[in-house]
Design a protein around this ligand. Sequence first.
Ligand code: FAD
Length: 318
Amino acid sequence: MNNTHRTKVVNVLVIGTGAAGLRAAIAAHEAGCEVLVVGKRPRSDPHTVLAAGGINAVLGTVEPQDSWQQHFADTLQEGYFLAEPRAVELLVREAPAAVLELADWGCQFARTPDGKLDQRFFGAHKYRRTCYAGDYTGRAILETLLKRVNRLRIAIHEYQYVSRLLINDRQCYGVMAFDLHSGERTVYLADAVILAAGGHTRCWRRSSSRRDENTGDGMWLALQAGCELIDMELVQFHPTGMVAPETMAGTLVTEAVRGEGGRLYNSEGERFMERYDPERLELSTRDRIALANYTEISEGRGGPNGGVFRVQRSGPGA
Ligand SMILES: Cc1cc2nc3c(=O)[nH]c(=O)nc-3n(C[C@H](O)[C@H](O)[C@H](O)COP(=O)(O)OP(=O)(O)OC[C@H]3O[C@@H](n4cnc5c(N)ncnc54)[C@H](O)[C@@H]3O)c2cc1C
């Protein structure tokens, strides 16, 4: 067995080339640090590219009466007041600038006829505040960030699988990684390490995550290094996706389909959301729709493939 390794030293090491990792790398670079980003996949293909429907920010381009306070209220209320209010406040207050910055950097968001950023409805939002780029918003954002990273000449090492955080006296001073093609090992030493390695939702058999991503690597690395993980149960169950054929199982049917008038029916042809949330119907919160789907299936009104229902614009047979 080859026990040698090479060593690389940087100021800031970012683990993950998704939207979170790239944006963090840009911020660290702008603060004057030498930054290196590592990821286990090609830089053009982190899980972020699967995000479809859009990104929420109060711009008021379509509904000027919207406000960050309303976005804050919607988010807290629909999260059953479980969210950390300060974190929600930061998110909703900073989202408009973050989205406008992406647009400035060339992100191809959809525009209104008069050239403003368009905004569409997403469930549980009082106003239209979702910016989008067709149904490939994540890819559009990722490409924009990658261009920016290239322009700033921030280095990215692809196919590097980080297997351990290096810890001394409760301080992380680097990581151990190996190259997924050659097996070559690298010890990255850094003044600061940013963990942006994505989620853990592949632990469910049916999932809209790729089979080999969202495997919780970041959580595991942190846990192994002595961190405490919190709120692990707070995972979003997206209510619409494919169940058949098996090769497509888990493929997301974006919320935009419901936002643009798609309806849900059970096997009896009933638009069942009328019973669960008569006002908001298919634009209810994702958790309520997911629970409604689950109830319909477990009470025998599911589809022939064991899943849910037809999503269509104007009713069964249309
Ligand atoms: C089908 C789908 C649709 C979605 N639609 C939307 C939407 O419309 N709007 C919205 O806001 N959100 C949406 N989301 C959620 C959104 O995509 C994610 O929250 C976001 O992209 C996560 O970005 P990230 O940078 O944190 O993680 P990722 O994009 O998953 O990036 C993680 C990075 O970490 C790297 N990595 C992981 N483990 C290791 C390791 N051990 N060593 C080295 N590198 C590692 C990966 O290679 C990758 O580069 C959707 C998600 C899915 C699955």
